[in-house]
Design a protein around this ligand. Structure first.
Ligand code: IMP
Ligand code: MG
Length: 179
């Protein structure tokens, strides 16, 4: 059990479990993209740790970039996706793979795919560490998923609670019984 700010969280996914699934997904990406010079587009801040581990296992030629999007304050979704363009994205005619820490409602992803289409990429697929299937409100396909997870608040491995906990190297889950 750990405490972050005012809440308690319990262990959910270990470093070893994460590593196995990240390697599996990297292998799938190698099979589909090793000859395509893809552009991996991470969504900040949450994706930084996943992106780092995933890219170490993607050994083919590729580019890596980031955009900043945020729709969460505290533990509730605000419904408003704030979006910050991170300069010019050289993705016209490219195969783009969005890299997310977690897909929850999918509102962030929806805004991002609309935003990216203006750059006329060749394709846009989605890779996420965690997928809250039950909470997903959209139909855009989620192509690469490390873990399907329950619809509870998660923390660590890039995911934060009000800015804290991103540096924790494994995934923790909110412990409701202690609330
Ligand atoms: P969505 O727009 O509802 O799909 O949420 C996307 C973003 O919300 C993710 O990239 C995360 O930054 C954040 N988020 C969603 N669920 C959680 C969670 O359980 N813990 C921490 N952040 C979350
Ligand atoms: Mg995020």
């Amino acid at each position: 059990m750990i405490e972050v700010k005012d809440k308690q969280f319990r262990s959910y996914l270990s470093r070893a479990e994460i590593s196995v699934q990240v390697d599996r997904v990297a292998k799938e990406l190698m099979e589909s993209y090793s000859d395509k010079k893809p552009f991996f587009l991470g969504v900040l801040n949450g994706s930084f740790m996943f992106m780092s581990d995933l890219m170490k296992e993607f050994s083919a030629s590729c580019e890596i970039g980031f955009v900043k999007a945020a729709s969460y304050e505290g533990m509730e979704t605000t419904g408003v996706v704030k979006f910050h363009e991170a300069g010019k994205l050289p993705i016209a005619g490219r195969d783009v793979i969005i890299v997310e820490d977690i897909i929850d409602t999918g509102n962030t992803l929806d805004a991002l795919t609309n935003f990216l289409n203006r750059y006329e990429p060749k394709s846009v697929s989605v890779c996420t560490l965690l997928f809250k299937k039950e909470a997903y409100l959209h139909s855009y396909p989620i192509d690469y998923v490390c873990f399907d997870v329950e619809n509870k608040f998660l923390l660590g491995y890039g995911l934060d609670y009000d800015g804290y906990g991103r540096n924790i190297p494994e995934v923790f889950i909110f412990n409701e019984s202690n609330d």
